[in-house]
Design a protein around this ligand. Structure first.
Ligand code: OGA
Ligand code: MN
Length: 213
């Protein structure tokens, strides 16, 4: 399958079901996956990941009963992040061409869930805000077993749990879904769980005041 056909399949999955899961290794390559994994492990070990919150700016709340992961935003400034950003940019354009979503940019953070951590059922974007439109989560764990917990539970567009909607966070696996529509939950992890979350957004970065003439 070439990349054009692959993008056709992603677009079809998103519009027909609102979500899909697939192995991205053939497109990213094992070297890039492994270097991203090394990067997040180093960040975790140097305590560079911070407790994640819910909301933004003045609305930010840190509620440990809802989510317990730690995060670090990616700037695209290391060779592996630059490689990833190049790939995400091609995905952004490919989805725009097929789904007319008007995705303007993306943001991405690493996330670590230590044993006992979870993220209760939620959606990634409030409907009508037109901010986060498509969510992508890339997993960075080798030899993940069902007994390790930490699966991503995807809920159907209705609300019920669909058959086959548990995604194991195994390296190279990706969950791709519509941010406003698809409720999902990270089940409690029983070992350290590394991932990278990315959101394709419809809004543009507000200009800093000093740049407005
Ligand atoms: C999130 C999220 C899912 C996962 O960060 O908003 O839902 O599987 N992550 O890590
Ligand atoms: Mn989420």
């Amino acid at each position: 399958m070439d990349k054009t056909q692959w993008l056709d399949e992603l677009a079809e999955g998103l519009s027909d079901y609102g979500w899909m899961s697939f192995d991205i290794t053939p497109w990213l390559g094992t070297d890039l996956l492994q270097s991203l994994q090394r990067e997040i492990i180093a960040l975790d070990q140097s305590d560079a990941l911070k407790i994640a919150g819910i909301g933004r700016g003045a609305e930010l709340v840190r509620d440990r009963s809802v989510r317990r992961d730690k995060i670090a935003w990616l700037q695209g400034d290391t060779p592996s992040q630059a490689g990833l950003f190049e790939f995400l940019e091609s995905l952004r354009m490919g989805l725009n061409q097929r789904l007319f979503l008007g995705l303007k940019r993306f943001e991405a953070h690493y996330a670590t869930y230590h044993s006992g951590d979870f993220y209760r059922a939620h959606v990634d974007s409030f409907q009508g805000r037109a901010s986060r439109i498509v969510s992508l989560v890339l997993y960075l764990n080798y030899d993940w077993q069902p007994a390790d917990g930490g699966a991503l539970q995807i809920y159907s567009r209705g609300d019920g749990v669909e058959a086959g909607s548990l995604v194991l966070p195994e390296a190279g696996r990706v969950a791709l879904f519509m941010s406003e529509e698809i409720r999902h939950e990270v089940l409690e992890a029983h070992r350290t769980r590394y991932s990278l979350a990315c959101w394709f957004r419809q809004d543009v970065i507000p200009l800093p005041i000093s740049a407005v003439i």
